[in-house]
Every structure is written in C-alpha cells, then in structure tokens.
Design a protein. Structure first.
Lengths: 113, 113
C-alpha cells in the first residue's frame, strides 16, 4: 500500500523568501509518479509539478522545484521567491503504475508581507 | 484549455433529497474520481471510474453511488442526503499511468439542511 506523509500542517514564510514543504512517501512499486498540487482558498486544486521515479534530475516549473531524494523516499517542494498569492494548501501525491493516486493531508502555507 | 467542469459551485439541499453532482471533462480521460474534502480530514476518495460503465468504491462510498454512461461524464449521486454529507466535493480526471496527474474541477460546496 502507498502512503504519503506531510508532517507540516502549517508553514509561514516571509514574502520573497524560499520555503520547503516536506513530503515523504512509502511504496514497494519500482515505478511511480510524484505530484504536488496547490489549493487556494477558492477550493480548486491546481497541478504544480511532476517527478517520475526514474527521472535523474529534479523537476522544475518556474519558481517551483521538486527536491527528489529517492533513497530517502522524499519529494519536497521548494518554492523560491514566495509571493502573497502562494498562500494556499499544498498537497503531495503519489501515483503507482496502475490505479489511483494517494494524497497527503496537506500543508497550509501562509506568506507574510 | 482543458477542463473539468462541475455543474454547481454552491448547492443547498434538504435532508432526504436525492442529489446529483455532475462532472464533465473534455480531455478524453479514461479515469475519473470523486472526492470529498472536510477540514482536518484531507481528501477522501468516494468512488472512481477507470473507464465507461466501470466504477470502483473508494474509501467512503457509503451513502453515495455513481454513474458513468459516457466517457466524459461522471455523476455522483447522494441517494438520500443527510447533514453529515455537507462538504466540498471535488471531481478529477486523468489518463491512466503513473506519470499523469489529475485535473480537478472547481468543486461543489454542498450544504444539506
């Protein structure tokens, strides 16, 4: 069975600083995908970034990067130069070769001006 | 722009009513999912469908049923709405495979009175 753990229920960051949101996972599948989603207060979940288990390099999408450490089974999201609009809940998820994704409980990020 | 559309953003229904939540995607995705989201409980999977006319129970199917007669449409049915079904309902769709993330609808906030 897959499991995703997000140990930080809430995080604060100063505007323009970088922040790391933690995510660890557990799976016995050799192939899997790791994802991060953002959920602003409006409620819609927005896909941010994807990392494949066989990818050698860390994924990046603009100000978002995924710090993938396979041996430690961690997939932390790094947001550089935080903006007020980054205040939201962030979910880490993992998808096995077949079937549905498993989601973490989420981390609420608050960006302070 | 690819989309998952949920028929209602806000809905208020009476206890005992039969409620239909509709979700339509225009991306030819095989997989579709219904989640409910409550404060402190994260995302909980109600039902999912791998393809047309296929459905599988998620973690909390009690009190719900689903219908997928066409590939693009996945309906969630509350047979007899109860106050404990007051929640945010999120629909998502995806292609099959570990490297495909979910595209979510904007959510339906259902209140049962």
């Amino acid at each position: 069975a897959q499991k995703i753990t997000q140990t930080q229920p809430g995080m604060f960051v100063q505007e323009k600083e970088a922040v790391t949101l933690d995510c660890t996972y557990d799976t016995s599948d050799p192939s899997y995908g790791l994802f991060w989603y953002k959920q602003p207060s409006s409620g819609e979940m927005i896909f941010l970034i994807y990392q494949g288990s066989y990818d050698q390099q860390n994924a990046t999408e603009g100000r978002y990067s995924l710090n993938f450490q396979k041996a430690r089974k961690s997939a932390n999201l790094v947001i550089s130069a935080s903006q007020l609009g980054d205040s939201a809940m962030y979910f880490c998820a993992m998808r096995p070769p077949q079937g549905k994704s498993t989601f973490g409980d989420g981390t609420t990020l608050t960006v302070k001006p | 722009d690819v989309k998952v559309t949920q028929s209602s953003r806000y809905l208020v229904k009476r206890t005992g009513e039969k409620v239909f939540l509709e979700c339509v995607q225009d991306m030819d995705h095989e997989n579709m999912f219904w989640y409910r989201q409550d404060p402190g409980l994260g995302l909980r999977l109600i039902y999912f469908s791998y393809d047309v006319k296929m459905k599988e129970k998620g973690d909390i199917p009690e009190g719900y049923s689903v219908s997928r007669e066409k590939k693009e449409r996945f309906s969630l049915i509350l047979e007899s709405a109860s106050t404990n079904q007051t929640s945010m309902y999120l629909c998502a769709s995806s292609l099959e495979g570990p490297n495909y993330g979910y595209t979510f609808g904007s959510g339906t906030r259902l209140t049962v009175v």
